[in-house]
Design a binder for this molecule. Structure first.
Ligand SMILES: [Zn+2]
Length: 260
């Protein structure tokens, strides 16, 4: 997957702390900061860089997480069958604790470098030492935090193949485009519409950077279909007016029918 034409920006996760920062800015500065924050959360290039750096930093931890796994699925059954449970259980339990402790120590080191401001480091370290399943998943504990600042659509677009990601990108993108102005206070409604417009623009930039178009016309499933739903790409014969899955979405005729 390629990301072209994007400039590098420093990583600045989209955390709740942003809200407090935004609140202290003037209205004009706040708009700029929100726009920048949205652009960063939709930055596929930055996500790939962040992920690559994390992969490099966590390589040793990933290898170490195999220790408790191997101890559980290979060493333990072999020792029990060969020597019996009564003679081996203290050593097996001790080995399991030791392997989890090794992972836990490596986890603390990687966590400190990757998430210096996180407060739950020692809580996870203790749970990993006591619960081998948690130590086996030590890398996941950090990786999800590393990508949490990016918009889920960016994560899906970068990490999933087009066949898996495009249906979701299309539905979410379509809903962003057609969302009506919310009812209520005019100032609040206008603020929401402004935010939605910025999000739409950031989403469009993401698709452009990835050179993806999940909205393009689908291939016909057979010759009898004449219309498709632009949101879910379900296909229909002539005479059908509504998609069974999507509410209030006008069906679109296939190109060849539009030309006829
Ligand atoms: Zn549909």
């Amino acid at each position: 997957m390629s990301c072209v034409g994007r400039r590098r920006k420093p990583s600045r996760p989209n955390t709740p702390g942003h809200l407090e920062t935004f609140r202290q800015l003037s209205a004009k500065e706040r708009a700029k900061a929100i726009r920048l924050s949205l652009r960063e959360s939709f930055d596929a290039d930055e996500l790939q860089t962040t992920w690559q750096k994390f992969q490099n930093a966590s390589r040793r931890l990933a290898l170490l997480t195999r220790l408790p796994l191997l101890w559980l699925i290979a060493v333990t059954p072999f020792a029990i069958v060969a020597l019996g449970p009564l003679r081996t259980w203290p050593y097996l339990l001790g080995g399991l604790f030791a392997s989890s402790l090794i992972v836990s120590i490596a986890f603390v080191r990687v966590h400190r470098r990757q998430l210096p401001a996180a407060a739950d480091r020692w809580l996870h370290a203790v749970s990993m030492t006591l619960f081998p399943i948690a130590s086996i998943r030590a890398v996941d504990r950090i990786s999800k935090e590393r990508v949490a600042g990016f918009n889920p659509l960016t994560v899906i677009a970068v990490f999933c193949g087009e066949d898996d990601a495009d249906p979701l990108l299309r539905r979410c993108g379509f809903d962003l485009d057609r969302a009506d102005a919310p009812a209520g206070e005019p100032a609040v409604a206008s603020c929401r519409e402004w935010y939605r417009a910025q999000k739409r623009a950031a989403f469009t930039e993401l698709l452009k950077a990835l050179q993806r178009n999940p909205f393009s016309e689908p291939a016909k499933s057979d010759e009898t279909v004449a219309l498709y739903c632009p949101r879910c790409h379900s296909q229909f014969e002539d005479g059908i007016t509504d998609c069974a899955d999507c509410e209030a979405v006008a069906l679109v005729p296939f190109e060849e029918r539009k030309r006829a």
